[in-house]
Write a protein that binds this ligand. Structure first.
Ligand SMILES: Cc1cc2nc3c(=O)[nH]c(=O)nc-3n(C[C@H](O)[C@H](O)[C@H](O)COP(=O)(O)OP(=O)(O)OC[C@H]3O[C@@H](n4cnc5c(N)ncnc54)[C@H](O)[C@@H]3O)c2cc1C
Length: 525
């Protein structure tokens, strides 16, 4: 059994279930087959060795696991980084939906590796949206070609979920550039030796900027200047972390590093959102990808391991776990691809849902994958543990899942009187088997809208779970009703309706019951 979803299944879901028509089905299939070959043959063999080897910092240089630099070169030469970029900048100009679908096998095969091109693609999307024509002509094609990579430098020690506290400074220089000074932490692929340059996209403040998020601007800061000399940006240490060991997580120091402003002054956060939406879909797909990979490893193990006189996959409880993993992967895949392909209002509504739901699903599936292996799941050599360790970051980065739930609450329910949410729930409620659940979610939405803000925030996680589960069930319902569904997808969709959908109702039942305080005047203090 391969380590990734069969390309024909994804192509079928895109065209027959999600109505994707930006490309011919044969073309979609050809792209997915090619991505799968690269994933299975080049990236998957580096996954476990990369996890064991990890990364090291020597004299300011990050030493990556053997084979990663060569794999990056092959990835770039295959045109994968620029798959959805504008042909004017050397890209292939394909739909971002197909690019996202092609990212699944890459992340299944090697999640740590996939982050490097993913962030580069997100940087390309940001510059394409907010760079001047001059900036685009200088900065885009080296990233599209894979000669440079891109990073996203937001987080600082005192400023994580709340970016309004960013302190990195940007001093205007006489030549129009800025001198960037400060420290950024947790910067993914912030330093490596794969490429001639790295372009850091950095949030910082100019002197006398307004306080809070309204005073943050965005800057492009290269590791090397155009003449090849070093800019004043250094990786001073690497984090030792639970998973994605092959992906360097860097502490970056900027010491009057030369940078240029991207987009208008003080509008850095809105500009960065162009990148963050794309990145959230990418992270959602990581959740799906790790669920699929964990399922495949566990299913293979369960067919070989025998207990009680039979292969363990014949035992009903093991089947329960394997089908739950498969159903979670299918639901997350449909939700994520649907969010990516939706028109703007629905995409805005569903991107935080897809990010949080699919990454939680990835962790649940990877945990079940360990359980299917029994004691061998807890032992590193089977690889099941790595999937869980890798999966665990996805609910945290790109905005924690708690923050995604609050985003859904504020943007999806309170802005525009929740018009996009109402439209979605009305559409789902027209499907008879889902009517009761859709109405319960609509009632929960009505309660959240009138609740005081803190009570509403307490219910936001459950609400997101309910919306994600219901929407995924709706899309799975299309699979069940379709003619010609791949048998495994049809069976997983049926399992989703029977076993996962009821979680939506259970979640709505919890929403109006805020938790007591932990510190202060309460019983636990
Ligand atoms: C491996 C790794 C890679 C990363 N890569 C990058 C990168 O490339 N670039 C980058 O800029 N950053 C990166 N990050 C940082 C990541 O985005 C942050 O860790 C994340 O946004 C959370 O910030 P924090 O760690 O400061 O946690 P905190 O913000 O302190 O949050 C801690 C907890 O409190 C909750 N919380 C915080 N505020 C609220 C609130 N208002 N309401 C409800 N709950 C709240 C959170 O949900 C979380 O559960 C990375 C982190 C890791 C671990």
């Amino acid at each position: 059994m391969g380590v990734t979803i069969p390309p024909a299944e994804t192509a079928w879901l895109l065209h027959s279930i999600l109505g994707f028509d930006a490309m011919a089905r044969e073309e979609t299939l050809a792209v997915l087959e090619e991505a799968t070959r690269l994933a299975e043959n080049v990236l998957a063999p580096l996954d476990a060795p990369g996890d064991r080897h990890g990364t090291r910092l020597e004299a300011g240089q990050v030493i990556s696991p053997p084979g990663f630099a060569e794999a990056f070169t092959r990835y770039a030469e295959g045109g994968w980084i620029g798959i959805a970029a504008d042909p004017d900048h050397g890209g292939q100009g394909l739909s971002h939906v197909v690019a996202l679908a092609a990212f699944e096998p890459v992340s299944s095969a090697n999640m740590a590796f996939g982050l490097c091109p993913m962030l580069t693609q997100d940087a390309i999307a940001l510059l394409a949206a907010h760079g001047t024509p001059d900036q685009q002509s200088r900065l885009l094609s080296p990233m599209v070609d894979g000669r440079w990579t891109g990073t996203m430098c937001l987080t600082e020690p005192q400023s994580g979920s709340d970016l309004s506290g960013v302190r990195t400074r940007a001093e205007p220089q006489p030549d129009g550039s800025y001198a960037i000074t400060g420290q950024k932490i947790y910067i993914t692929w912030g330093e490596h030796q794969f490429t001639e340059n790295i372009l850091h996209l950095v949030l910082a403040r100019v002197p006398d900027a307004p306080a809070g998020s309204a005073g943050i601007s965005l800057f492009a800061v290269p590791k090397r200047h155009a003449d090849g000399s070093a800019n004043a940006v250094t990786c001073i240490s690497l984090e030792h972390k639970l998973g994605i060991h092959a992906s360097p997580t860097c502490v970056m120091v900027f010491e009057a590093a030369r940078g240029e402003l991207i987009g208008p002054l003080h509008r850095g956060l809105p500009s960065m959102f162009a990148m963050m939406n794309a990145a959230r879909l990418g992270v959602a797909m990581q959740g799906v990808a790790v669920a699929e990979r964990a399922y495949r490893r566990a299913a293979n193990f369960a067919s070989l391991r025998s207990q009680g006189g039979a292969a363990i996959d014949t035992h009903p409880d093991v089947r329960r776990m394997l089908w739950t993993m498969r159903a979670l992967a299918l639901g997350g895949r449909l939700l994520t691809l649907y969010a990516a392909g939706s028109e703007a209002a629905r995409a805005q509504l569903l991107i935080p849902v897809a990010k949080a739901w699919s990454t939680d699903a990835g962790v649940e599936a990877a945990s079940l994958g360990i359980q299917v292996h029994g004691g061998m799941g807890y032992v590193e050599e089977t690889g099941a543990a790595q999937h869980w360790r890798d999966a665990r970051i996805a609910p945290i980065y790109e905005g924690t899942n708690g923050i995604q739930a609050i985003t859904l609450l504020r943007r999806g329910l309170l802005r525009d009187q929740g018009a996009a949410m109402t439209a979605l729930l009305d559409e789902i409620a027209a499907t008879p088997p889902l009517r009761a659940t859709a109405m319960a979610v609509a009632e929960a939405a009505a309660w959240l809208r009138q609740a005081n803000p803190r009570d509403a925030e307490a219910g936001a996680h459950a609400f997101l779970q309910a919306v994600g589960t219901l929407t995924a069930a709706w899309l799975c319902g299309r699979v069940t009703a379709a003619v010609g569904a791949p048998p495994a997808a049809a069976a997983a969709a049926t399992v989703f309706a029977a076993q996962i959908l009821p979680r939506a109702l259970a979640a709505t039942a919890t929403i109006a019951h805020p938790h007591p305080a932990i510190s202060g005047d309460n019983a636990f203090a």
